[in-house]
Design a protein around this ligand. Structure first.
Ligand code: CP
Length: 316
């Protein structure tokens, strides 16, 4: 594997899940794979799980990890080609990224969308410019449109809890007080659709339908009650509108997932990538119930990252 920015980079979803679960069973089995290798983690936005789980995974492979809060502590970077830099940006990515390429063997980037300009966000300019100029493998720690390390952890979690039939997996939109990215929902849809082990339904209010690039192959409906019927896994997540880009559209019905709404899905397990706003996105009672997989999902971020880092290290 040369980079990891979407499911398209995965050598096979089951292959990566198998590797991740092997590391979960034996975390230090490849403790020298990353010996004398250094990984850089650049954060243009906040993180708890991604930052720490990727560091832990790197350390378990024997790699040194350096974290840099580029968004708050670094020079303001310019990403546009041929920009006349007479504004607020101080350094061009074309100059900064090759320097990072000499410091590190692998480079990880977290960058959120603006939610102002859909074309620009969906071009993944920041990530693509680092890939273009760093000269070393790049791993997404969540980009403007996708969150592949999260999605791999989600698939690992589903695999661990699958019983019997091909599970019905439902991604349901949740309320929020502010505009949030579509990336977790896009990415989850992309991975679930690419994985032949699950059947995906996406449910959201009118106007919140995701980019069809990611949902084609899934059932997409505005009827949450019908979508939840007989669900095995329910993934709860807010996202802002893709159609009215970055907008929070008014929604009259209450979309927050509760025990009552799961009355026709008695076996359903609840998933969320975290952080979650209790009693807004998801009821506290559900989060605290034995239906909830959210802590296991977050724990699986280590094994997701370790499988991906190892796959890239082996191809260096
Ligand atoms: N789920 C997730 O990416 O969490 P953080 O934003 O805390 O890294």
């Amino acid at each position: 594997m040369k980079q990891f920015i979407s499911v398209k980079d995965a050598p096979g979803i089951d292959t990566l899940i198998d590797r991740a679960l092997a590391y979960k069973a034996n975390p230090f089995s490849d403790r020298t794979l990353g010996k004398d290798k250094r990984i850089g983690l650049l954060f243009f936005n906040p993180s708890l799980r991604t930052r720490i789980s990727t560091q832990v995974a790197a350390q378990q492979l024997g790699m040194e990890a350096v974290v840099f809060n580029a968004g708050t502590e670094g020079w303001a970077l310019e990403f546009a080609d041929d920009a006349v830099m007479n504004g607020s940006t101080v350094e061009h990515v074309k100059d900064a990224a090759p320097v990072l390429g000499t410091y590190f063997d692998l480079l990880c980037i977290r960058t959120f969308p603006s939610l102002q300009d859909r074309t620009k966000d969906y071009s993944e300019q920041v990530l693509q410019q680092f890939i273009r100029y760093a000269g070393i493998p790049v791993i997404s720690l969540e980009s403007a449109t996708l969150h592949p390390l999260q999605s791999l952890a989600d698939m690992i979690t589903i695999r661990e809890h699958m019983v019997g039939r091909k599970p019905k997996v439902v991604l349901t939109w949740a309320p929020h007080i502010k505009a949030t990215p579509q990336c977790v929902a896009n990415s989850f849809s992309q991975w679930a659709n690419a994985w032949d082990q699950v059947k995906l339904t996406v449910t959201c209010p009118e106007g919140y339908q995701l980019d069809e690039t990611f949902t084609t192959g899934a059932t997409v409906t505005t009827d949450q009650e019908a979508a939840l019927q007989d669900a095995d896994f329910v993934y709860v997540k807010n996202w802002s509108s893709y159609r009215d880009y970055g907008k929070v559209l008014p929604v009259m019905e209450d979309w927050m997932l509760t025990e009552e709404r799961l009355k026709h899905a008695p076996a359903a397990k609840i998933m969320h990538c975290l952080p979650v706003r209790r009693e807004l996105e998801l009821s506290g009672a559900l989060l605290d119930s034995n239906r909830s997989l959210v802590t296991e999902q977050a724990a699986n971020r280590v094994w997701s990252a370790q499988a991906v880092l190892a796959s890239i290290l082996k191809a260096l």
